[in-house]
Design a protein around this ligand. Sequence first.
Ligand SMILES: Cc1cc2nc3c(=O)[nH]c(=O)nc-3n(C[C@H](O)[C@H](O)[C@H](O)COP(=O)(O)O)c2cc1C
Length: 355
Amino acid sequence: MKVLALNSSPRAEGQSKTEMILKPFVEGMRQAGAQVEVVNLRQKTIRNCAGCFTCWTKTPGVCIHKDDMTRELYPKWLAADIAVYASPLYHYTMTASMKAFIERTLPVLEPFFEQRDGKTWHPLRHPAPKAVVMSVAGFPEMKVFDQLSAYVQFLFKQGLLAEIYRPGAESLAHLASSSVREKILAALYRAGEEIIQTQKIRPETLSQITQPIGIESQFAKLGNLMWRTCIAESVTPKEMVARGIAPRPDSIETFMLILPLGFQAAKAGNLAATLQFDFSGEIAGSCHFVIAKGQMKAVAGSAAKPDLTIKTPFALWADIMTGKADGQKTFMEQKYQAAGDFSLLMKFGELFEKG
Ligand SMILES: Cc1cc2nc3c(=O)[nH]c(=O)nc-3n(C[C@H](O)[C@H](O)[C@H](O)COP(=O)(O)O)c2cc1C
């Protein structure tokens, strides 16, 4: 079985969340015996359809443009049994490059009309590949895919084998625990195997792909901190990740949300400890974190018996988290104090991922 997988994200490899979900799906299809070619549309020149109907009249089945679509992609698409259309959700549907690709498949249609049951359509000149549609979205709810789903169901009709949608994709990549991420990527791999073996994807597999990642109820709060930090530091989200800058907390409540997101369960091993923060300055108060069995739980207020207590101005700790102040240097300068098990303080860099 031949598969042509198209990724229309403008982002380069390693940054594209469409690629993040497409990759395991492609590996699963290959494992099941399919011959899969992946094409990044951002690397191709696909001109807009000229609307001239030359492909329907003077050169039936052949487009007037001489670009990557005519020379390379259209013949590959025609030869494929399945085409995977993977696009980030842009303005509630697909990217312009994916839409341009779809419009440029016009030569596959005959110009003639057929009508039945109140519907008009063009018959196919050649059999078209079956379709699998994949998309990722920034927003956390499945409803954001409704418009794209309605469109592709109408467009591909019985030729649509499956739709795979992953909301909250940026959060999945950067905020979800690695175990949740692994489960979702493993389900995508299984979906790839299933589509080749049975031409469909089991509902259980799809629900594993769309499973909540645990930050949905705090999405707006965390997202807003992230954007405020980007604006304040004058960095794009990509630069923020590259420089290891964490979203800057603006209250003890948001600090309690952010710190556990960077917790490195694998590095913690079987560490059991309670870590307390006593904040002073404009934002004053206490909170603590209980680390046990590879998990970290945030609790408001003081702990009965903390293993380590950090007393710090809130603004200074926020500076340390966002890379504006050096944790070790400011400790030496006694800008904050620590009491209790100092080995825990030494482990900080290991226990919490930068950024
Ligand atoms: C121009 C533009 C439009 C977007 N529109 C939406 C949208 O309508 N709904 C949504 O949830 N996310 C939207 N997003 C966010 C992307 O879907 C999200 O960042 C996605 O993970 C990007 O995938 P990529 O990394 O493969 O490019 C938009 C992003 C851009 C740049």
